[in-house]
Ligand binder design. Structure first.
Ligand SMILES: [Zn+2]
Length: 371
């Protein structure tokens, strides 16, 4: 079952409370205020993501399909957005009733005041990650074909097999430039680790930013999500041919891990620890694209969940490039390209790319840090 991306705007609710006041998250005051969502606290746990996803996949193609976003929204509207052990029980009970046809999502949620809010909020976060896609398969004779798949079509942001460490420090303080909160997720690893697009989309930002260093911004096709990948490698940050306007498929190599940033001067390694910073911004209204109204969500649990779907990559001999080993066809990309034929740019790989054209990066350690 494809989760419906279109959302019912009948009842739009707003959560009003301090952005990083986690204590109050579950007691958030919900008020009907305007015609778009003003704030989202994405508090869905790793366990809840896994459980809801399993119900979705297991019931796919059956008479009583369960949409994981709806199941999560139902659970949140029963628990006030908290996802502890009790919430998992609430979810399981509902999923059983749904899968056996005893209940429908409509009958379960008709009296739940905040269901519409959570449905729209979670659709905005997760709406592009699960669905139908086709995966490249090479048979024994070497023939390339595609097999239909249903499930997680979003990918983990690092290539398979590359070591990393991470922990949840969303909202922690940062002081470079001005006092602010950490609005993303850091994954520590080695310089040059291939970075993959989590979701398919259009490259809408690419270049130097004094905070993010070499960074890439990718907007989802529905415009609700903006993925931000930062601190990419000095001298060779991006996948060959990637530029603003490029269309990427989930799991494509888009760049390489590094530690650039914290400088108004370009191509400077001022970040102490090599890591990928990836962030997810939600946009319900244009006023939320930049400035004080930005909504960034904590993607720590989501990153752990995405580890279920990693993409291997291989090095292109004689270059600093890595490419994915197997392609997928994402219907969302096909749909976008059909609607924008003539204006879509797919990354072009130069055959002339040679390793000796690449300036070798010095492996910089913390001595260089000024942050
Ligand atoms: Zn970060």
């Amino acid at each position: 079952m494809e989760c419906l991306l279109a959302v019912v705007l009948a009842t739009i609710l707003t959560v009003r409370h301090s952005a990083w006041d986690r204590e109050s998250a579950s007691n958030a005051v919900l008020t009907i205020e305007d015609d778009y969502i003003k704030w989202v606290d994405f508090t869905v746990s790793y366990e809840a993501l896994c459980q809801a996803y399993q119900w979705d996949v297991d019931t796919h193609g059956t008479e009583h399909e369960i949409c994981w976003v709806e199941l999560l929204a139902y659970t949140a509207s029963r628990t006030g957005g908290s996802f502890g052990k009790d919430a998992l029980k609430v979810m399981d009970k509902a999923a059983k009733a749904l899968s056996e046809g005893e209940e429908t999502i409509e009958s379960l949620t008709e009296d739940l005041k905040y269901y519409a809010y959570y449905k729209e909020a979670y659709d905005a976060v997760l709406g592009g990650l699960v669905g139908e896609y086709r995966e490249e398969k090479v048979d024994e004779a070497g023939n390339v074909g595609y097999e239909d798949r249903y499930g997680l079509k979003g990918y983990f942001p690092l290539a398979r097999g590359f070591d990393y460490t991470h922990y949840d420090d969303f909202g922690a303080g940062r002081s470079y430039g001005y006092k602010r909160k950490h609005l993303g997720h850091d994954m520590m690893g080695l310089v040059g680790t291939p970075i993959m697009a989590v979701e398919s989309g259009v490259v809408t930002a690419l270049g130097w930013n004094q905070y993010g260093g070499w960074r890439i911004g990718i907007s989802s096709f529905d415009g609700k999500r903006y993925y931000y990948y930062a601190h990419l490698r000095q001298n060779y940050p991006y996948a060959e041919g990637l530029e603003e306007g490029s269309v990427v498929t989930a799991g494509d190599v888009i760049g390489y891990m590094g530690h650039t940033g914290y400088s108004t001067k370009e191509n400077v390694n001022n970040i102490e620890i090599t890591h990928l910073h990836w962030g997810l911004q939600l946009i319900f209204d244009e006023s939320q694209r930049e400035g004080n109204n930005e909504i960034w969500v904590d993607v720590y649990a989501l990153t752990r969940f995405l580890a279920k779907h990693t993409q291997p990559a291989v090095k292109v001999e004689g270059t600093k490039e890595w490419v994915r080993t197997g392609d997928i066809v994402d219907p969302a990309v096909e749909e976008y390209e059909a609607q924008h034929s003539g204006e879509v740019r797919t990354p072009v790989r130069e055959d002339s790319l040679k390793g000796d054209e690449v300036v070798e990066e010095q492996q910089v350690t913390s001595e260089s840090s000024e942050s």
